[in-house]
Design a protein around this ligand. Structure first.
Ligand code: UP5
Ligand code: MG
Length: 190
């Protein structure tokens, strides 16, 4: 990686907790480059990559794509950006993801945001989204929630113990939530 010491923030939270929405605001306000792991994977599905069918099947089933695949996509996106401030949205989702990132990229996040949202609210938001995502149906949402609780919450707990976690109450309107996020990053650079 050309950037020797990039500022990496992991953005975690369950399906529909508002990661993407808040990342856009953070990117705009604080000059971060926003990389959504899910978006990178969805781009692979519509490309001619060898892994397109594997990725599609996994996402449709709400499961986790092998770490090597996701980490490579994140690394490629970081390398092709000249930024040195990244928001990595929706990754790592498992302890194995987290370890693979550290091993392959050799970096740790400086901060981790966690959007804490009740399940009922998350389900409602995902089912209301209506943007044609193949995993936005009740069956897949249930699976995504289960995977989040069993595999992703331990990652949240790991960063909490390390003192890197910033827990955000993800209920409320977007601007209210962003005020909590803003406090994490401080005054925007001028
Ligand atoms: N909305 C946003 N904020 C709101 C608010 N405050 N009040 C009311 N509504 C609000 O928001 C979701 C919806 O809610 C939108 O319609 C929004 O307008 C509204 P969004 O900001 O999109 O939430 P987000 O947390 O980004 O939800 P998303 O569905 O993207 O989260 P997921 O974590 O489920 O999806 P992701 O794209 O990260 O991953 C998809 C799948 O890819 C995974 O299930 C998995 O199969 C695979 N994957 C991997 O295998 N590995 C990875 O590393 C990453 C993904
Ligand atoms: Mg998202």
């Amino acid at each position: 990686l050309a950037q020797k010491n990039p500022f990496i923030t992991f953005v975690l939270g369950g399906p529909g907790s508002g990661k993407g929405t808040q990342c856009e605001k953070i990117a705009e306000t604080f000059g971060f480059t926003h990389l959504s792991a899910g978006d990178l994977l969805r781009k692979e599905i519509i490309s001619n990559s060898e892994e397109q069918n594997t990725i599609l099947d996994i996402i449709k089933d709400g499961k986790i794509v092998p770490s090597e695949v996701t980490v490579k996509l994140i690394l490629k996106a970081m390398e092709s950006s000249h930024s040195d401030k990244f928001l990595i949205d929706g990754f790592p989702r498992t302890e194995e993801n987290r370890v693979a990132f550290e091993r392959i990229i050799g970096l740790e996040p400086k901060a981790v945001l966690f959007f804490d949202c009740p399940e009922k609210e998350m389900v409602q938001r995902v089912l209301n989204r209506n943007q044609g995502r193949l995993d936005d149906n009740i069956d897949t949402v249930k699976k995504r929630l289960k995977v989040f609780k069993t595999l992703s919450l331990p990652v949240v707990e790991y960063y909490s113990k390390k003192g890197k976690l910033h827990k955000i109450n993800a209920v409320g309107d977007e601007d209210e939530i962003f005020e909590q996020v803003r406090a994490v990053f401080g005054a925007p650079e001028v």
